[in-house]
Design a protein around this ligand. Structure first.
Ligand code: NAD
Ligand code: ZN
Length: 342
């Protein structure tokens, strides 16, 4: 089968013929229809310091996908050929205290699909049945292919109560943008999102942000004044990984404000802890998605009319993956989806 392989310890990915995956007794074999390119895949493509110390070579990469069940192992009863599914990208141990307690997203021995084990940028992928998510009848397959990052957005957006709250999102990458309709659906009043990239800020406006602010030209303080906000944001979603963005979020929270942090900083960030202490801020780290409460929320959010489809701005056949990675690298894109169905 064809697959995108990190075949050499240098920049790039290579389209190669690789053996079809083995299907264990607890596994589900899935024919991949569509895949999303994640920022993680771009790190692997660019072969930065993180990728060099993390990714085994050679390996098939990719973890955001939707596909169709082809066959199942002998222990598997809940999945049948033809069903449309995605998979949770974290394979957990099932044995640690958190796993045994049903808090599988907190597993201490998580293994990442397309990061630590064979990935989804391929015609077929085999995953443990405990990682497979059934999509609802009639799901849009473009949207289904990006459930993984949509899940990051939903997990972060719902970390704190949003009803009636003013929400600040720093970083209008695909995940920050997808968080907009989610917090609005959850009852937020003003949703202000920041970035330094006009293409993405435009997309954020289309997705319903109250204000999409280019922090190169305008301060969050000024926007608060214009919106008549006197006490600061109630909820903050940090989705940039940028130090200046995080500091400005801390500066613009109300007393008792709550911050959920998804963005991954490339290095340590110093902050003014006095503001956290005297303003009694709560800061919560967010990783991955809750297994499987976030997946349930995603499916029902779509059924309730939440529309994240406009975040997909580029679509290519998998043989044109270089164009997809170029779009990702330019930053002038939302989600980029590769089609593997033909
Ligand atoms: P992305 O890199 O596409 O988006 C980040 C955005 O932040 C970019 O649009 C960038 O222009 C913007 N930005 C840069 N400087 C800024 C500033 N000063 N103020 C405001 N915005 C600024 O990433 P994404 O795919 O949307 O993911 C969002 C973040 O979440 C990334 O940091 C990613 O690494 C991280 N992430 C974390 C998890 C997790 O499980 N914790 C999972 C997926 C992604
Ligand atoms: Zn575990």
């Amino acid at each position: 089968m064809k697959a995108l392989v990190k075949a050499r310890s240098e920049r790039g990915l290579w389209l190669q013929d690789v053996p079809e995956p083995q299907v264990g007794i607890n596994d589900v074999l899935i024919k991949v229809h569509k895949t999303g390119i994640c920022g993680t895949d771009l790190h692997i493509y660019k072969w930065d310091a993180w990728a060099q110390k993390t990714i085994p070579v050679p390996m098939v990469v990719g973890h955001e996908f939707v596909g169709e069940v082809v066959s199942v192992g002998s222990n598997v009863n809940d999945f049948h050929p033809g069903e449309i599914v995605s998979a949770e990208g974290h394979v957990v141990c099932g044995r640690c205290r958190n796993c045994l307690a049903g808090r599988r997203h907190l597993c201490k021995d998580t293994v990442g699909i397309g990061v630590n084990r064979t990935g989804a940028f391929a015609e077929y992928i085999s995953v443990p049945m405990t990682n497979v998510w059934h999509h609802r009848e009639g799901v849009d397959e473009d949207v289904a292919s990006i459930f993984d990052p949509f899940g990051n957005a939903v997990h972060t957006a719902l970390a704190f109560e949003c009803l009636g709250e003013d929400v600040l999102i720093t970083g209008a990458g695909p995940i920050g943008i997808m968080a907009i309709p989610v917090v609005k659906h959850a009852g937020a009043r003003h949703v202000v999102i920041t970035d330094v990239n006009e293409y993405r800020l435009d997309l954020a406006r289309q997705m319903g942000a109250t204000r999409a602010v280019n922090v190169k030209n305008e301060s969050i303080e000024d926007v608060q004044m214009q919106l008549g906000m006197k006490e600061g944001f109630d909820v903050g979603l940090e989705m940039s990984g940028n130090a200046a963005a995080f500091r400005s979020m801390i500066d613009n929270m109300c007393h008792g404000g709550k911050i959920a942090m998804l963005g991954i900083p490339s290095e340590q960030i110093a902050i003014d802890w006095n503001k956290v202490i005297f303003n009694m801020l709560t800061i919560k780290g967010i990783y991955g998605r809750q297994m499987y409460e976030t997946w349930y929320y995603m499916s029902v959010l779509l059924e309730s009319g939440v529309n994240i489809k406009p975040v997909i701005t580029h679509r290519y056949h998998y043989t044109e993956y270089e164009k997809g990675f170029a779009a990702m690298e330019s930053g002038n894109c939302g989600k980029v989806v590769l089609d593997w169905s033909a």
